[in-house]
Design a protein around this ligand. Sequence first.
Ligand SMILES: NC(=O)c1ccc[n+]([C@@H]2O[C@H](COP(=O)([O-])OP(=O)(O)OC[C@H]3O[C@@H](n4cnc5c(N)ncnc54)[C@H](O)[C@@H]3O)[C@@H](O)[C@H]2O)c1
Length: 272
Amino acid sequence: MSGLLNGKKGVIFGALDPNSIAWKVAEKVHEQGGSFVLTNAPIAMRMGALNELAEKTSSVVIPADATSEEDLDSLFTKSMEELGGGLDFVLHSIGMSVNVRKGKPYTGLNYDWLAKGWDVSAASFHKVLQTAWKHDALNEWGSVLALSYVAAQRSFPDYSDMADNKAYLESIARSFGYHYGKRKNVRINTISQSPTRTTAGSGVKGFDGFIDYAERMSPLGNATADDCADYCVSLFSDLTRKVTMQNLFHDGGFSSMGISDAVMDMIEGASS
Ligand SMILES: NC(=O)c1ccc[n+]([C@@H]2O[C@H](COP(=O)([O-])OP(=O)(O)OC[C@H]3O[C@@H](n4cnc5c(N)ncnc54)[C@H](O)[C@@H]3O)[C@@H](O)[C@H]2O)c1
């Protein structure tokens, strides 16, 4: 198999089921000649679907809770053993807010849940990078990506504390991007993806309305999980070696819009 990622090795976090963004990324990276270890929280393994993906992409599965430094230590050590050396790419496709899941409004957050969601959705990215740093796991010109959402810049009331977690996540890409760039020419970016029908996405209140609104606002329409996977492949490839410390909008134009004809038509239709 040969392609844009021929010979490249990596770790992919966050494939839960065939709808997951990370699942599509794994399929496309495999198509393009990359090899990788698949990982997810031990609790997600119980659902069993990941083994199916591993078989399809000739990869191994190593469970790790991305909030546990011990699990991450073991994951990076075993991944390098398994793949026979340093890594060229890492995908962090992890997010969860207990407050969102339990329908807590932003004005009535439970702070224990906030801390848990922050650890899973934002601090885990720092832990992944710091573990890779400690093990000197990333090769020269490696590429690291995490998934974000435009609620880091604009207000989306029902996204609750996930908005703050995404702002923190994006900041880690900038802060760590400096250090890893200087040390090893490793690039670190976040992709700010359109709303996408996945387990994590559908957990947000009013998701159907949300996805429809974004579709009508975006001149190119919403970016799908497959589109996102293509974009990830390009950012793992050698064609994007000087792109770093960026939050890259991958949203069909949504983030630059004020109003669209399609949304105006909808509003005027509703009020007439
Ligand atoms: N779906 C959307 O609308 C959308 C839009 C923009 C960004 N994103 C982001 O994309 C990323 C992937 O989400 P998705 O939409 O593919 O949903 P998903 O539910 O398929 O993926 C989320 C993953 O996070 C994993 N996870 C949760 N806790 C973990 C832990 N402690 N350790 C390791 N893994 C853990 C889950 O097991 C799951 O695989 C998330 O960061 C999400 O916020 C999603």
